[in-house]
Every structure is written in C-alpha cells, then in structure tokens.
Design a protein around this ligand. Structure first.
Ligand SMILES: Nc1ncnc2c1ncn2[C@@H]1O[C@H](COP(=O)(O)OP(=O)(O)O)[C@@H](O)[C@H]1O
Ligand SMILES: [Mg+2]
Length: 251
C-alpha cells in the first residue's frame, strides 16, 4: 500500500464568533508522520473535523493526492483512504469489541446502533474475519474481544478506536490524541502500532500533547496557536523555539 499525500490550504472555520481556524496551511507528504500540536483550544480537532468533512469549512481547500476533496462527507473521504480517530472515543458501548471492529468495516459510522446490529457475525467474509483476528492480536485485545466495549477500560477503548480505523488499511490516518490519559504500557503499544502502520506505508497526522511521543515519531511538526499556524519544521527545533514555548506555557 502507498500512503496518500494530504495538503490543506487557507483553512478557515469560525464557531459563533470564535475563530477556530484562520488561514491554516500545511502538507503531509506520502509516507510521512507529521505532528499537529498546540495548546488546548488552538484548533487541532477542528482541523481534523474540517479535513474529514465532519464540519464544513468557511474557507480553504483540502487535497488528497492532488484531488480536491474539500467539503466531501466523512464516508466519502474514508472511501478515498482518509480516516480519523476521535479524541473522545466513539465505540458502540453495548456491542462487543469484535463487533465494533466489524462495524468499522462498513467504512463509515452507522447513525444508530440498530443499523450497527445489521452487521451480523454470520455475514462476516473470511478475509474480514482474518483481518479482525490480526488486529485483535496486534492491539492486544484478545482477552476482551467478546466483552462489550462499555465494560472495558478507557485505555482498551482507545485501542479499539485505533484498531477500528485500521480495519480497512488507511492511506492517511489522522489520530486525535491517541495516548491521552492511557497508561504507559498501552501508550507504548499505540506508539508501536503507529510506527508499524507508517512502515507499511500509511501517512500519519498525529495530534498529541505527549511531546516525547511526538519527538520520537514525527518527521515534522506543525504548531497551531489560536487557530493560526505558528511554526512548522523539525520536532526538536520547533518545540525549542521561544514563541512555541510561550504559546504552550506563557499564557
Ligand atoms: N463544535 C464546536 N462548537 C463551538 N465551538 C467549538 C466547537 N469545536 C471547537 N470549538 C471551539 O473552537 C476552538 C478550537 O477548538 P478545538 O479545535 O477543539 O481545539 P484543540 O483540539 O486544539 O484543543 C475552541 O475555542 C473551541 O472552544
Ligand atoms: Mg482537540
């Protein structure tokens, strides 16, 4: 699989007077891991929401491999291999871990659990079953595979959220704080999975406050502050900049 190339230009988005994004431009080359960092409220989640069509942009364009996908719906961008995870995990709590992964194979989120229920185990194609088995193993979800997602730990739900994004291997994966509030062993597992996915060709945009993870994984970082691009470049160099330190700790 070859990773996709994501380019955003001049992104603008306001929520009731709040300028969440203001003329934001950056690119993620095919096969790259780019960190999208910045203080709380700087627009990172909004950027992911707008790139994947969950929120409508007020201004700007989104290109995937040179194709204009601005304003496409989440299921349409997913069809092109652009997939995201959510900062707040969005598993179906009453469905088992395995069933959650099966639902993810639909390529889009069903609007209701009733629809999710239609994805029956007896209809599971062998290739899908093998893929889900593989993910359950690599994400260490074996012991909880048949438990309801609402009964497992928060860290395990973060793993399910990530694994669900991988059922159909993404070309570009947008991760919104994948290790926030998880214990170190799950954090390490997630770090290794990001590395593996990238080694297999997936392009990654990583939103994360864990600077050690960002510096360890990312080829480049983009810093947002109050909806604007403050800095871009090599992780250690950018993070050491006075204006970036000020944005994080100065306020
Ligand atoms: N759905 C929304 N409705 C109203 N305001 C929002 C919404 N989403 C984000 N915002 C506001 O936009 C700004 C950027 O938020 P967000 O993108 O969540 O930042 P980050 O992910 O960097 O913490 C914040 O001021 C936030 O309160
Ligand atoms: Mg956020």
């Amino acid at each position: 699989m070859t990773g996709g190339e994501l380019a955003v230009h001049g992104l603008g988005k306001a929520y009731a007077g709040v300028r969440a994004l203001d003329d934001v431009s950056f690119a993620v080359a095919a096969g790259e891991i780019v960190g999208l960092i910045g203080p709380n409220g700087s627009g990172k989640t909004t950027a992911i929401d707008c790139v994947t069509g969950l929120q409508r942009l007020d201004a700007g364009t989104v290109h995937l491999d040179g194709r204009d996908i601005t304003g496409r719906r989440p299921d349409q961008v997913a069809h092109h291999g652009l997939v995201r995870t959510f900062q707040q995990v969005r598993t179906f709590e009453t469905l088992t871990v395995r069933h959650n992964l099966r639902v993810a194979a639909l390529g889009r989120r069903p609007r209701s659990r009733r629809l999710a229920d239609l994805v029956r185990p007896d209809r599971e194609p062998p290739a899908l079953r093998d893929r889900i088995d593989e993910l359950i193993e690599t994400f260490a979800l074996g012991p909880v595979a048949h438990q309801a997602a609402g009964e497992i730990s928060y860290g395990q739900r973060k793993l399910v959220e990530f694994a669900a994004a991988c059922v159909t291997p993404p070309r570009v994966l947008l991760l919104d704080e994948p290790v926030a509030a998880v214990n170190p062993s799950i954090g390490n597992l997630i770090r290794d999975r990001i590395r593996d996915l990238n080694a297999e060709g997936t392009t990654v945009l990583l939103v994360e406050h864990n600077i050690e993870l960002v510096v360890g994984l990312c080829h480049r970082v983009v810093v947002l502050n109050q909806g604007r691009t403050l800095a871009q470049g090599k992780p250690a160099e950018v993070i050491a900049r006075d204006d970036v330190q000020e944005a994080y700790f100065g306020g």
